[in-house]
Design a protein around this ligand. Structure first.
Ligand code: ATP
Length: 289
């Protein structure tokens, strides 16, 4: 079985407070984009999970979220087959694009089908939460409001269509690191995420733009000025808006026209500020890609 695991960007991201259990309460608008990893899964008569990937620096044992997802369903349903899983990563790692979470979600969906487990989407999302806070959203996909630790999801109408230029500089920011450099008590102005939700409900990109903000961005940009430089390049080259996704360092810009986005991508490639440069679109449920 072959499945695609789609990346997400955050059209808006706020962190409200740190809970007693150490988790942070967030409010964010998630949007799936048409950028994906490919996962091929084969049943084998030899038991166990044999995971391979094209990136030498990510683990292939129980630390990999694909492995965790497969283990979870195989243990619960006492599946006696073995699995060979080939994970082809295209989504940059530690980039704020939820690549690992999406791989886990796609694995849950695939194994549910492969072994006819008859789990509903909701049941898969529940199991996904045991793997990571963003996994339930990655099972759901599309445009959504995520609250709580990211697991309280409200599906939103599809965001207005536009072109998205994704640029990831050659540095990695771990989510843990990003939270550590976020001093909540010093934040004077929080993004208006509900304002963003209302704009999406009105299906107005113009109304969305002023609310597209990421609370992590000022701090992470201060530590990594390249993020601000990529953002400025996108704005100078026709982006209606540009911002950082998740805990960074990926920057994305939204464009009205495919050609403008492509030209900005060329300028960004030439500048050598970003290692991964990619023009894509939003993905909404039911859409064929
Ligand atoms: P988020 O947007 O949720 O913050 P991210 O883009 O920052 O996610 P990922 O790429 O999902 O981060 O994961 C980064 C870390 O997770 C790395 O340390 C990597 O070794 C580990 N990891 C485990 N499984 C995977 C996987 N399938 N793909 C990528 N990284 C994985």
């Amino acid at each position: 079985m072959r499945v695609r695991a789609l990346a997400k960007i955050n059209l808006g991201l706020d962190v409200l407070r740190k809970r007693e259990d150490g988790y942070h309460e967030v409010r964010m608008v998630m949007q799936t984009i048409q950028m994906y990893d490919v996962i091929n899964i084969y049943k084998t008569s030899r038991p166990g999970i044999n995971l391979r990937t094209n990136l030498p620096y990510i683990p292939t044992d129980e630390r990999n979220l694909v492995y965790k997802a497969a283990r979870l369903l195989m243990d619960e349903f006492r599946i006696r087959w073995g699995l060979r899983i080939d994970l082809q990563k295209f989504i940059p790692v530690s980039a704020g694009l939820a690549g690992g979470s999406s791989d886990a979600a796609a694995t849950l969906v695939a194994l549910n089908q492969m072994f006819r487990l008859r789990l509903s989407k909701k049941a898969l999302m529940k199991r996904g939460l045991a793997i990571g806070a963003d996994v339930p959203y990655c099972v759901m996909r599309g445009t959504a409001l995520a609250e709580g630790i990211g697991e309280k999801l409200t599906m939103l109408p599809p965001a207005p269509d536009c072109y998205v230029l994704v640029g990831k500089p050659a540095l990695n920011v771990s989510t843990k690191q990003a939270y550590e450099s976020l001093h909540l008590s010093e934040i004077r102005r929080h993004p208006d995420i509900y304002g963003l939700v209302r704009a999406i409900e009105k299906h107005s990109l113009a109304a969305m733009l002023p609310h597209m903000e990421n609370v992590f961005e000022p701090g992470i940009t201060r530590e990594n000025p390249i993020i601000g430089q990529i953002k400025a390049l996108m704005l100078e080259n026709g982006a209606r808006h540009a911002m950082m996704s998740g805990s960074g360092p990926t920057v994305f810009g939204v464009f009205d026209a495919w050609m403008t986005a492509q030209k900005a991508a060329d300028v960004l490639r030439e500048s050598q500020m970003a290692r991964t440069v990619f023009v894509t679109r939003f993905f909404n449920n039911g859409q064929k890609i």
